[in-house]
Design a protein around this ligand. Structure first.
Ligand code: NAP
Length: 276
């Protein structure tokens, strides 16, 4: 079973691996190394059951991930309370194109739509889905204030931003509860954001921990000096005590199990002390 870590000071405890669900809802305009077929309901339900059985309690989705939210709403019927769901605002995927809108009005309607699609009374985590202009969004659009109002109304438990820059990540950490940053073997620039979050009690979610699969594809096969890239990635990320969870986007049950095993040496998976 995977251990859990606190999500900053939100009061929520998240499994150290979360399940990313881009591939449950969308296979157009994505940057994965291989083409893939979107799993059908039976396959998706089996993946979710396996994840839950292995101690995963965190699912990451977004309106921009095709019909991921809608599918999760149906697939998690009767087990919604077993999961913490993170979704986003600001990006929609319409007719094969990303469309960004960070206005307070759109933010509110996006959250209402996510509540309906996810068949939920409250969203556990809602993040601004940055288009790359992290600081401008935080300074000019009022998106986070709109999320803060929705939090006050009890529709959201924790708010924050999925950022793409260090300056934006730091600003989001100052203003919100949770930040989602990229950290993998090919990209280590955003570690200062995790440092800041650790010092200030903010939750840190890692996206693209395997560089969207490129960390594995790029590793030289048969090179004995080359460690397992999955294990290397998780050892690096989980050594940071500020990291709450790494959201890994797999639709392959074997990969899910391999990822959990690869966390073992770093997270003392077999130690009772860390097992919830
Ligand atoms: N907020 C944002 O702006 C943002 C951006 C990107 C991602 N995200 C979130 O973060 C999640 C993760 O990011 P990501 O999906 O881009 O990248 P990722 O988790 O780094 O990599 C996922 C890719 O790696 C492959 N993979 C996973 N485990 C593997 C293993 N053990 N062996 C071989 N291949 C493996 C997966 O293929 P298989 O399916 O075949 O396992 C998939 O193609 C997303 O699902 C999403 O929830 C958020």
């Amino acid at each position: 079973m995977l251990p859990k870590r606190p999500l900053g000071k939100t009061g929520m405890e998240v499994s150290t691996l979360g399940l990313g669900t881009v591939k449950l809802g969308r296979n157009q305009g994505v940057k994965y190394p291989q083409r893939f077929k979107i799993p059908d309901d039976k396959e998706a339900a089996a993946l979710l059951a396996l994840a839950k059985d292995q101690g995963i309690n965190l699912i990451d989705t977004a309106p921009a991930y095709g019909n991921s939210e809608q599918r999760l709403g149906k697939l998690l019927k009767g087990q919604r309370h077993d999961w913490l769901i993170c979704t986003k605002v600001g990006e929609d995927f319409i007719d094969g194109q990303s469309v960004f809108n960070f206005s307070p009005e759109h933010t509110r309607s996006s959250v209402e739509n996510s509540l309906r699609r996810l068949d939920s009374e409250v969203l556990d985590i809602v993040l601004i889905h940055s288009d790359g202009n992290d600081e401008a969004i935080l300074q000019r659009h009022g998106t986070l204030n709109a999320l803060a109002e929705l939090k006050k109304e009890g529709k959201i438990r924790a708010i924050g931003m999925s950022t793409k820059t260090v300056a934006g990540g730091l600003l989001a950490a100052q203003q919100g509860d949770v930040v989602m940053i990229t950290w993998n073997l090919n990209h280590r620039d955003e570690i200062p954001v995790a440092d800041y979050c650790q010092q200030h009690g903010k939750g840190v979610l890692i996206k693209k921990a395997l560089a969207s699969g490129h960390a594995i594809v790029d590793a030289a096969p048969g090179d004995s000096s080359c460690h397992d890239p999955v294990q290397q990635s998780f050892t690096m990320i989980f050594a940071h005590p500020g990291v709450s969870s790494a959201i890994v986007g797999t639709i392959n049950p074997q990969h899910l199990c391999a990822n959990i095993s690869a966390c073992g040496p770093t997270l003392n998976l077999h130690s009772k002390r860390n097992t919830h």
